[in-house]
Write a protein that binds this ligand. Structure first.
Ligand SMILES: NC(=O)c1ccc[n+]([C@@H]2O[C@H](COP(=O)([O-])OP(=O)(O)OC[C@H]3O[C@@H](n4cnc5c(N)ncnc54)[C@H](OP(=O)(O)O)[C@@H]3O)[C@@H](O)[C@H]2O)c1
Length: 289
């Protein structure tokens, strides 16, 4: 199988690309604004370039990991979010259909309102913010128009990555510098270790699974508890972490509070063990960048 990872310079695309190469798969990855060695440049909004690239590479699987992922920025710049997250992904849908490839997209528990998570695949979406609204629009477009697709929903993905902008990478950086951090104690999710996510997703792809799957961590926690455990596991000073409510943070985009994803359906198909946050953090400590 030939794999094309669009957005391999990002956290999740990077983990998928590295995992594919580790297993000697035939894989090509792309970057957009952060040049990365071995990857080629691609803007998913450049429709003709997307079609040319996909035609030239003729992949069996396209992983659509390219997105505008800053939730507050999406709230402030909804047109840009729509352009990249919805229309850009739609270009990949068409390109995948033209070459008969399976399209894999990454979605989020932000499609839900956080009233009663963790959510199953069949739970009813009700996004609270622009990012979540654009993610569910994209899911619906993919489910309607892609000939073969896999929608992997995930949440609070953490681990080593080139840019180091995920929650745990930033936390480790700040605590290492002795900086205080404010962390919400009322946002519950099922944090997901990036290398574990990549391995599980590739297993589903190899099995030719189609449809919607939750691929997330196996245990729920609030952000504050998650941060404190990370500090303990990485030998950092947890007293620098201050619990606050989400309301106190005054973020532009509303957050689903009781979120996270349940794994009943996924566990029936997957032999890769999805790690709880404690195991995931321990594994991150062992793994190298
Ligand atoms: N991280 C999470 O906790 C999480 C949770 C749920 C769902 N997801 C979803 O998972 C996917 C990947 O997220 P991530 O955390 O890996 O994001 P990320 O680290 O922000 O990476 C985003 C990727 O998209 C690329 N990109 C941005 N605009 C592009 C464009 N116009 N054309 C082509 N590539 C473009 C970026 O390239 P450059 O960096 O080179 O500009 C980067 O490779 C997204 O769909 C996101 O919504 C993430």
């Amino acid at each position: 199988m030939k794999h094309l990872v669009v957005g391999a310079s990002g956290q999740i695309g990077g983990a998928i690309y590295a995992s594919l190469l580790e297993k000697q798969h035939d894989a090509v990855g792309t970057w957009f604004s952060q040049p990365a060695k071995g990857l080629r440049k691609l803007d998913i909004n450049d429709r003709s370039r997307v079609f040319r690239t996909v035609k030239e590479l003729a992949p069996d699987v396209i992983y659509a990991c390219a997105a505008m992922t800053n939730v507050d920025r999406c709230e402030n710049e909804p047109k840009e979010s729509f352009q990249v997250n919805v229309l850009g992904t739609a270009n990949l849908v068409e390109a995948a259909n033209r070459c008969g490839a399976t399209l894999v997209i990454l979605s989020s528990d932000y499609i839900f309102d956080g009233a009663k998570g963790p959510y199953a695949e069949a739970s009813l979406p009700n996004p609270l913010n622009v990012y979540g609204y654009h993610k569910i629009l994209t899911e619906q477009h993919v489910a309607t128009c892609a000939e073969r697709y896999l929608i992997a929903r995930t949440t609070v993905v953490y681990g080593w990555e080139a840019v180091g902008k995920n929650f745990i990478a930033r936390l480790i950086h700040k605590l290492s510098q002795g900086q205080k951090v404010k962390v919400p104690n009322d946002q519950i999710s099922t944090p997901t270790y990036n290398r574990n996510l990549a391995k599980a997703l590739i297993e589903l792809v190899n099995k030719e699974s189609e449809g919607v799957y939750n691929l997330a961590g196996a245990t729920s926690t609030d952000r504050y508890n998650f941060a404190v455990r990370a500090a303990q596991i990485f030998g950092l000073d947890a007293r620098l972490i201050h619990p606050v409510s989400t309301a106190e943070l005054k973020q532009n985009a509303r957050r689903p509070l009781k979120a996270g994803l349940s794994l009943e359906k996924t566990r029936q198909e997957l032999s890769t063990k999805l790690l709880g946050f404690d195991e995931g953090l321990q594994q991150m400590l062992k793994d190298e960048l």
